[in-house]
Design a protein around this ligand. Sequence first.
Ligand code: ZN
Length: 91
Amino acid sequence: MPACARCGGRICKGETTCFNCQMPVVDVKSSRELALERFRLVLNILFYLFLGLTIASLFIDIGAKTAMCGAATFVLRLVRMSATEMSESKS
Ligand SMILES: [Zn+2]
């Protein structure tokens, strides 16, 4: 539960100002936003991992098919883009 920076009062979900002192809520991240951020970080890591695998599989035999890696990279890119849109549309 986020708390007001000035009076320490509890701030309900969706509130933009404190109920007690009317101070605007700033820099308070909900657990959903934090989860989304972590999700995007994981997606980023996976994306670059698969991108590297795709490129590597073109030149060396790493036991994975280039098309499969390419497809995974493409899907990850799409998910990453929608995750970015989700977090940007909120602010
Ligand atoms: Zn307050």
